[in-house]
Write a protein that binds this ligand. Sequence first.
Ligand code: DGY
Length: 335
Amino acid sequence: MSKQQRVWVSRPLFPEVLATLAQHVDLCVETKESKRTPEQLHAKLADVDGAIVGLSDRIDAAAIAGHHRLRAVANLGVGYNNLDLAALTAAGIIATNTPDVLTQTTADYAWALLLAAARRVSSAERWLRAGRWRGGMRFDDWLGVDVHGKTLGILGMGRIGQAVARRASGFDMRVIYHNRSRLPEAVERDCRATWVDKTALLQQADHLVLVLPYGAQSHHAIGAAELDMMKRTAVLVNIARGGIVDDAALAVALRDGRLAAAGLDVFEGEPAVNPALRELDNAVLSPHIASASADTRRAMAQLAADNLLAALGFGPQAGHPPSWLNPEARGRACR
Ligand code: DGY
């Protein structure tokens, strides 16, 4: 049966989540995720009331130009640097994201990368799989750097940064952080974390995890100068966004031994990855999967669907999507 409202979903989602959407709206679901040109994206958004999009979909003024039917865009992710919030708000289009549901899983993954990079897990596995473990291994082969008992630095101390910090207790680590605004004392106590300025963070951290949002202010927050300030034995972990680190400068620092290792889940211009990084054995690389556990991806998809349905006027939260990024866009919603 044809329904009045139409929704475009930019990638395949869990069938049970699509089923909740399909109870209310006509769906057009893409069969694979892909980086679309601005023209393709503009065409996809024509004649739909809502869209579920992800990081590779750049929803800006050009993408929504002339699309007077479009009332809501639900992002699959807590980070929403792919959305031009000002343009969406100016057009009265509701924008939503998926906070909270991914906090713990993403924090787990920061630790997975930190431990894998510090203890050389990926390169050791590549070596073993290549059939090179034939005996004769030296006692001082495969030496990594310790994580336990060290100082963990965290740049960006929102929900995920705090969850990363809490896990450090189990490793007997001191935690220092830098954030634009200092956390309330009670939160600092709970995370056992101490605020320091950015220079102190870079100089004192034995290992540094990046968990800050991407924007003009955080572009290349870690470049050659910042890498130079870090300890040579340090591991850098980026689970935040590509572009926060100058990947070319990082590759040089890793190659020259000015940094022990890096664990990277995000890249400048992803899915492209700087070829110099791909060559390095001391870089653990993964394809932006920090939130990718089955439970969490399902919860993210469901939250995006709930947000969209509420934005389009369905369900108990009609008119009030649970994670509404731009309440000031009220107006075109639920006309
Ligand atoms: C997020 O939620 O921001 C993750 O990085 C997925 O894009």
